[in-house]
Ligand binder design. Structure first.
Ligand code: ADE
Length: 240
């Protein structure tokens, strides 16, 4: 097997803008596409002799934007895990936080509970499958290095929030709202790979400011904070 096709630590990041500060801080270099039929891209490097790979979802040439969301998250996670067989799989990215849960812009979370908030199927068993409430392992050394808060991450396919979802978030004590993590967890479970999420808050879901304004204004600051959290996590992982 080609050396490029294995990695000790695999980090999945949806947006190029989220990945770039991490790529720079870890001095990773581009190694091409994950798959010739997908825009997903790979960067690699090493920390303390451990190979580290970042995989992004890549740019959709038809709609001229990055392929955010659960569909790309699932296929990229599956192909990248199958290829790289990492010892640890991290999903790093941005999220909406909640002032009522004590969040501030730039806070880092390492949630260990994951749900879907916009999959509603009122049929026996399918209802639980749709919400997919799962708890993953904690990694206290990585949490401490990343200075990350505990929490629950809920995944959906929209940046904005419905009234139904606000009630769901309150009932489930959700701390992070994102568009990928629960889908990636499902793949990590299927491929029996230890999983952690590192999420940085770009906007507050329970604040009156429009999410798209906060997201765009805070993206650079937040992704810089995320890069440092991932860098610390990668160093702790590689030193173990
Ligand atoms: N990523 C950053 N902020 C988000 C939000 N409010 N909802 C979903 N994904 C996000």
């Amino acid at each position: 097997m080609n050396d490029r096709n294995t990695s000790d630590l695999l980090i999945q990041v949806a947006l190029h803008a989220e990945a770039l500060p991490i790529i720079r801080l870890l001095s990773l270099h581009p190694i091409g596409r994950l798959d010739s039929n997908l825009p997903s891209e790979l960067w690699q490097g090493s920390v303390h002799g451990h190979r580290i790979t970042i995989v992004t979802h890549g740019r959709d040439c038809e709609f001229d934007c990055d392929r955010i969301g659960t569909e790309s998250a699932t296929i990229v996670a599956f192909l990248a895990l199958r290829m790289m067989r990492p010892k640890l799989f991290i999903n790093a990215g941005t999220c909406g936080g909640f002032a009522t849960q004590g969040a501030a812009i730039g806070d880092i979370y390492m949630p260990t509970r994951f749900l879907f908030h916009d999959q509603r199927v009122a049929l026996p068993k399918f209802d639980a499958f749709a919400v997919a409430d799962r708890t993953t392992s904690d990694f206290p050394a990585i949490r401490a290095a990343a200075n990350a808060k505990h929490g629950t991450c809920s995944t959906g396919s929209s940046l904005d929030t419905t009234v139904h979802e606000i009630a769901f978030f309150a009932a489930e004590s959700v701390t992070c709202k994102d568009m990928e993590a629960a889908a990636i967890v499902r793949v990590a479970v299927d491929l029996e790979t230890p999983f952690a999420a590192l999420k940085v808050v770009t906007d507050l879901v329970d604040h009156r400011q429009a999410v798209q304004e906060s997201f765009q204004r805070n993206l650079e600051f937040a992704t810089d904070r995320l890069a440092h959290a991932v860098d610390h996590a990668a160093r702790v992982f590689s030193a173990a």
